[in-house]
Design a protein around this ligand. Sequence first.
Ligand code: PLP
Length: 390
Amino acid sequence: MIPHVLPTYNRADLAFERGEGSWAIATDGTRYLDLGAGIAVNVLGHANPDLVAALTEQAGRIWHVSNLYHIPQQEKLADQLVESTFADTVFFTNSGTEAAELAIKMVRKYWTDQGQPDRIEILTFEGAFHGRSTGAIAAAGSEKMVAGYGPLMPGFRSLPWGDIDALKAAISDQTAAVMLEPLQGEGGIRPLPDADLAAIRALCDQTGALLVLDEVQCGMGRTGKLFAHEWAGITPDIMMVAKGIGGGFPLGAVLATEKAAKAMVAGSHGSTYGGNPLACAVGARVMDIVATPEFLAEVNRKAALFRQKLESLVAAHPAVFDSVRGQGLMLGLKLKIAPADLVKAGYAEHLLTVPAADNTLRLLPPLNIADEDIAEAVARLDRAAGRLDG
Ligand SMILES: *Cc1c(COP(=O)(O)O)cnc(C)c1O
């Protein structure tokens, strides 16, 4: 008999009832050190007092009104995002997938508005993840995600990850956009060198193609800059944001330049919940805290500490680990064993981690993880790896 909850997930046999900072407390009272943060979502940890206050203050006033009316919390958060980024305008969604959908629609609308409605090809990269809608799976194109869901939305061509020569060969003045994650998450914490991202920007400029960056996972301070593309000194035309921006409350956004967004007029897109007062009140508080030089400097300091300890860990278990990769607190351990085995061994040490493709274990702690919790996490990873040294 099919379970009452549709069984599309491989869930661990764990349930949590409380959280405190970087710790999640299971229903049996066991404390787990959380290096997953709800998949890069809980940027300020569990039950952060500032975010609890922002949510409960708003909850006592008004929860939801719809976008039939002005939403001051939305306008405030849009102001913050525009002030802190390349963007001129913001549309709020409830998730990363919805942000990806709008990004794709915006690209099509842009070229239609330019009198080139047939200019629909969006170049993407293997290992990409943009969500699970019909558009987002067509964009990513991996067999695992698309099997059984055809026919797929046309207009996407997937290139080998980070292959600039392949991009040079594929891009033309008929390309609508290039869409990528500056640092792949689900794909296995695979970074793109800054020079390559700059080269992609230049190819877009030469051909007129829009550059669409998916910073759903690598954005919101995760890499030590507010957004990962800042490391390369370039800006996109359109960017998807979600995960960390709500600190655990469902919230996403599409940020765009005026040029890329100018065809999106009243009636061209919408959402019932998108940018609702609760979500935006929390998002604004997240931005207040994360989008400051002091906070981001701390992320970079903690990241250096974590990385140094991980390099020693990798050296100590050569049968388990291959290498450390990633940037900031978006770290990956490339493994010589199956990631699922190390995730399981982590549970036995009361440690939460996240598997990814390309034989990689993801470490995505809250961005304000305490230094002693970083040390504790590495000690637990060391014991977990010890279980598998063989
Ligand atoms: C998680 C993720 C998405 C999808 O976000 P949802 O909120 O799950 O819809 C899209 N792109 C990237 C890079 C992601 O990591």
